[in-house]
Design a protein. Structure first.
Length: 175
């Protein structure tokens, strides 16, 4: 049985450069790179005691890989503040970690070339396991300063309420 796309006019795959992330109800500024959403299922191998030559395989635990976000260094403190919820240097003994509010659900929106929302993902119970506040600095370089966070997560799912939009058509203007 063949599966046809919702929009049979679109033959080209989507490009990977139009996306936005939202947490705490707001879009996060200047994110330029995000690692892939990756899920792995462990394989459980077993044998029957009476069958010496055959092993069987079944699915085991699900594992969701950490997600890395990079963005140009700005005055926006959202990466810094979130990383500080996991471990805050200088806090009093017993209050260095805030387990109550260190996790966030994030929402990934993915757009086509025309800027139309074409798919979205909900990523659950994220927390910052690594934070790079400043990149390597080099007086001879000519590059954007990048800050980075690594987010552990407990799973993600596609938001099926987001459907493929109808492609826009350009009309030529008669002169």
């Amino acid at each position: 049985m063949a599966i046809y796309p919702a929009n049979p006019q679109r033959l080209d795959p989507y490009k990977n450069f139009k996306f936005r992330l939202k947490w705490d109800g707001q879009f996060v500024a200047a994110i330029s790179k995000m690692s892939s959403l990756k899920r792995t299922t462990e394989v459980v191998e077993f044998r029957s005691g009476g069958d010496q030559s055959t092993s069987y395989k079944s699915p085991g635990r699900q594992k969701y890989e950490a997600i890395t976000l990079e963005r140009g260094l700005t005055q926006d403190m959202s990466f810094h503040d979130w990383a500080g919820r996991v471990w805050s240097i200088g806090s009093g003994l017993g209050s260095e970690v805030s387990l109550a509010n260190m996790r966030k659900d994030i929402y990934l929106e993915f757009y086509n070339e025309a800027g139309q929302l074409v798919m979205a993902y909900k990523i659950y119970r994220c927390w910052v396991s690594e934070y790079h506040a400043m990149p390597d600095l080099d007086a001879n370089a000519n590059a954007v300063a990048i800050e980075m966070i690594k987010l552990e997560n407990e799973g993600w799912e596609r938001d099926t309420a987001v459907v493929e939009p109808k492609d826009t058509t350009l009309t030529s203007v008669a002169t």
